[in-house]
Ligand binder design. Structure first.
Ligand code: ADP
Length: 312
């Protein structure tokens, strides 16, 4: 599998962080395949692989992004790790234990925040802690700690309907961190937010990650988002969903979004995804729609831009 490695100046990261990367994987996916059946009648149905032969090791404290075209199996991978679905082939291990069902060690943050509307922020965060059997005072200490971390302590008594979309996602992050999971699974958590709010949350998520060093698997369809956040980017291909390539992003955190290394990697990743875009066009458009010839142009920095049009 090809790996890209650029800009090795990561001076502020401690040596023990790199040592930890050499240890046992926190999460291990071994030859995972997931098939879905399409069609209702038993004799008439067709099976297809949403994900096939997917193997990946994720180490303690890593921030990994899955990117790829719509339908390449990114959410399927999250659902399998979360234990919401079972693989048809292969095994998944978290901390050396095989994943058989969902559990508080793997918290998922979705695009929709999933906060309980009848509870205030403090109560939303304490809800999971109550199920885990923590005392009132311990619950209160933890909810304060994480509301402070996401800069929402003064809104502790507010209700979700009183918050903006970005604030709600910050509460979701606080709520997930409060139960101290082994890893955070984030499935396009910022995709419904406006670009300015997303910028702010990218910065804040990096700060939180540097502070907590949680292992994160983040799904995104945005190459820019992946480059802002992750240590490694897993580029997926579709039909069947699989790993095309893994790219190392050796740039310091918190990341300078205008770093020239980001533009270079962005161009490389978009190039890698070019034929996936054409596959998508064939699947979701008329036969004469050819993205490569008609609507991809190269910018002066070498990156690819997609224009909306008929192509050809
Ligand atoms: P992504 O997150 O990359 O957009 P998904 O993991 O959601 O992709 O889906 C991968 C493929 O599996 C898609 O073709 C999707 O339609 C299909 N799929 C996902 N879940 C199911 C399901 N429960 N039943 C049938 N097909 C599914």
């Amino acid at each position: 599998m090809a790996q890209t490695c650029i800009m090795p100046h990561i001076t502020h990261l401690k040596d023990d962080y790199f040592l930890s990367l050499k240890k046992e994987p926190k999460l291990r996916l071994i030859n995972i395949s997931k098939r879905y059946i399409v069609g209702e009648e038993k004799d008439n149905c067709r099976g297809f692989y949403a994900v096939q032969d997917f193997s990946l090791d994720i180490y303690d404290g890593e921030f990994i992004c899955l990117v790829g075209p719509s339908g390449c199996g990114k959410s399927t991978i999250i659902n399998l790790i979360a234990g919401f679905e079972k693989p048809d082939e292969g095994k998944i291990f978290c901390d050396n234990k095989e994943i058989k069902s969902s559990g508080p060690d793997r918290c998922v943050i979705f695009q929709e925040n999933g906060l309980l509307p009848w509870l205030n922020l403090e109560q939303n965060i304490e809800f999971g802690l109550k199920i885990l059997g923590l005392t009132k005072s311990k619950r209160n200490d933890i909810s304060k700690k994480y509301l402070k971390m996401v800069h929402l302590l003064k809104f502790a008594k507010s209700y979700p309907f009183q918050l903006s979309g970005g604030m709600k996602q910050r509460v979701s992050i606080a709520r997930a961190l409060a139960v101290d999971p082994v890893m955070l699974l984030m499935d396009e958590p910022f995709s419904s937010l406006d670009p300015r709010t997303r910028d702010l949350l990218h910065l804040q998520l990096q700060q939180i990650w540097l502070e907590t060093r949680k292992t994160v698997l983040f799904v995104s369809h945005s190459v820019e988002e992946a480059l802002r956040l992750s240590d490694r980017i897993v580029i997926m291909g579709s039909q069947p969903g699989r790993i095309r390539r893994i790219v190392d992003v050796n740039l310091p955190h918190p990341r300078d979004f205008f770093h020239p290394g980001i533009a270079k990697l962005r161009a490389e990743i978009l190039e890698e995804l070019e034929d996936e875009l054409n596959k998508l066009a064939k699947r979701e458009g008329d036969d004469d729609w050819n993205i490569k010839e008609g609507s991809l142009r190269r910018r002066s920095d070498g990156s690819l831009a997609v224009s909306v049009g008929s192509g050809g």
